[in-house]
Design a protein around this ligand. Structure first.
Ligand code: ZN
Ligand code: ZN
Length: 594
């Protein structure tokens, strides 16, 4: 048992701070403030190391390998230890008061939210009981196999150490499950079947590594027993599935819909908003109505220009849909897809500079590259950012070329990412969306913010960036650009509506399909994928619109407050200077800082 040692350390630290605070009541003493900050920095460093010791898999995922050979078993003892960890650190955090510097105040709030969330996830959310896809040993094995943090024999030794726990790991997993959902059981089977391929890669590596014969043999037998444990888990899940279907799926399985109470609480912990989930849902509905009004207006204006004498349908949504289909025909050629994106990045930079929208550090360039083969198959475009332990690595904008596509598939993809949407996508992913935010975030040197970064702030910023660029005249206020932007914006708006709708209001698959196809102008196939994603996740789909709504409203309220003195560039730079903190905290800090 290792934790009593740090537990004692934490207790000692907490007590020491309590007495320091009580004996010195002068919060405005600058020495006191510097002193508090120094103590807090040391406290954070201890917190992070203890966090990684408790969560070695999470640590490896962000590039921290000190505990790579340890497995955190998903059993009751680990959960209890996690609860003690959270409570002890919450107590210690409470000893730091408002005299901290602004960045440390934000870190403190983020740590508190994370620890409170951990307790809630363990005691109330309890997905370890109903989500069999929580359990998979392959991700970390794969990370250790691919990451170059140590020579291969050393990494294989870590992996071997982990493999000694695989049987115990899946035994704990099986013991946790209590009436899982059918959807997560199916996902658990699928993903653990995928895990088997990692053992094949591992076998190859063990064969080619310079190892003594007996060591090699030991490693091989650990791989075999681990593979057997995974197969046994898959068989266990398949039996749950088969038995459940015999009994009747409705009775046998838990619903994937988590209901209002859990959804609202998860929303509060994950999004960290001034609004409740229900309020945000209503804001999304209102925003959808507003977008439809704007789209109607534009469509009436440009109908004849694009559709000639074709009669306008009476139904406005149908009219918009026909027009969108027509305008989508304008797109780049398949073999020109990557080059077109590459060309746009400097244009976006130029626009930012000319319009004085934000300063971007020129020493942190963005490289557009073809998506590496091992990453292909998910999204068409993505940002690869340096992790918190590797800040000086370059940022890549990965774009998957369309050469593997059939002409038909390429055409449908390019209609979706047409001339207009492609530009909006580049704003979102690169400038001034994710890439720009990242450069700022890395300049705010807080490991806490890098590790506990708030998804709603990060996605919300990218979504805000799209709107702001168009408002500033990017795309020359072409009505076609605005129409396409509104369609794009409907996607994140409807993500919030359907997420809340499915989990809280029992939306059916047909309702979701109608929402996306009829009201958000998407393809049926896309709607089907979204339904699946929403049955497997909760709240994450709300992050895009929630972050956008709060950033946009914050800007408008500051603009009103400051009148003539309001400066857009200054607003952007100050907003991003806090790092990837929740918008709610940034709001407080921006209103406090003159
Ligand atoms: Zn075409
Ligand atoms: Zn994004």
């Amino acid at each position: 048992m290792r934790y009593p040692l740090w537990l004692l350390l934490v207790l000692a630290l907490g007590n020491g701070l309590m007495s320091a605070c009580q004996s010195n009541g002068n919060n405005h003493n600058p020495n006191n403030k510097a002193n508090q900050d120094a103590k807090f920095e040391a406290f954070k460093a201890r917190f992070i190391d203890a966090l990684w010791a408790e969560n070695p898999e999470w640590a490896a995922g962000v590039g921290y390998y000190r505990y790579a050979d340890r497995v955190s078993l998903p059993d009751e003892a680990t959960r209890q230890r996690g609860l003690v960890f959270a409570q002890q650190y919450l107590d210690s955090l409470a000893a730091f008061d408002g005299t901290l510097s602004v960045p440390n105040q934000t870190d403190r709030l983020m740590m508190r939210n994370q620890l409170e969330a951990n307790i809630w996830y363990t005691n109330e959310f309890r997905s370890y009981e109903w989500d069999p896809s929580n359990y998979n040993v392959a991700n970390t094995l794969n990370t250790l196999l691919e990451a170059d943090y140590a020579p291969l024999p050393e990494r294989l030794a870590h992996i071997n150490q982990r493999l000694t726990q695989t049987t115990a790991y899946y035994a704990a997993a099986k013991a946790n499950l209590r009436q899982p959902t059918q959807e997560h059981t199916e996902l658990g089977i699928l993903q653990n079947e995928g895990a088997l391929s990692v053992f094949d890669m591992l076998t190859d590596s063990i064969k080619k590594a310079p190892l003594a014969a007996d060591l090699r043999q030991g490693y091989m037998s650990r791989v075999d027993s681990s593979r057997a444990a995974v197969k046994n888990y898959i068989a266990h899940l398949q039996k749950i599935l088969a038995d459940g279907k015999k009994q009747g799926a409705d009775k046998a399985f838990r619903s994937f819909r988590i209901g209002k109470d859990l959804f609202s609480r998860k929303f509060a912990y994950d999004i960290v908003s001034d609004y409740s989930a229900e309020q945000m849902f209503n804001k999304a509905l209102e925003h959808k109505r507003d977008l439809h009004e704007k789209m109607k207006k534009i469509s009436h204006e440009i109908w004849a220009k694009h559709m000639g004498k074709m009669p306008k349908p009476d139904d406005d949504l149908e009219m918009i849909k026909l027009l969108i289909d027509k305008i989508s025909e304008k797109h780049v050629q398949p073999n020109n897809f990557v080059a077109a994106i590459r060309q746009q990045i400097p244009e976006l930079s130029r626009f930012i500079t000319e319009h004085q929208l934000i300063y971007i550090d020129p020493t942190k360039p963005l490289e557009v590259r073809e998506t590496p083969l091992f990453m292909r198959g998910v999204a068409g475009a993505s940002i690869s950012s340096p992790g918190p332990y590797d800040k000086n690595a370059p940022t890549f904008y990965n774009v998957t070329p369309l050469d593997g596509y059939t002409p038909q598939k390429a055409e449908s993809y390019l209609r979706e990412y047409n001339h207009y949407i492609l530009q909006i996508l580049n704003i979102h992913e690169a400038i001034l969306g994710h890439y720009t935010q990242l450069v700022y975030s890395n300049n705010s040197p807080s490991l806490i913010k890098a590790i506990l970064g708030n998804g709603a702030m990060i996605e919300g910023w990218a979504v805000y960036g799209e709107r702001m660029m168009l408002e500033q005249g990017y795309g020359n206020n072409e009505p076609e650009m605005w129409l396409m932007y509104y369609k794009w914006n409907l996607r994140s708006t409807c993500n919030t509506i359907l997420d809340y709708g499915i989990h809280v209001l029992n939306y059916s698959e047909k309702q979701v399909n109608d929402l996306l196809v009829r009201e958000a102008f998407q393809q049926s196939a896309e709607a089907g994928e979204k339904w699946r994603r929403a049955t497997l996740s909760q709240v994450q789909l709300c992050s895009y619109f929630s972050g956008f709504r709060e950033i946009y409203d914050l800007r408008e309220s500051l603009r009103q407050q400051q009148g003539e003195a309001f400066n857009l560039k200054a607003f952007h730079e100050q907003f991003l200077s806090y790092g990837s903190a929740p918008v709610k905290y940034i709001k407080q800090l921006m209103k406090e800082t003159p």
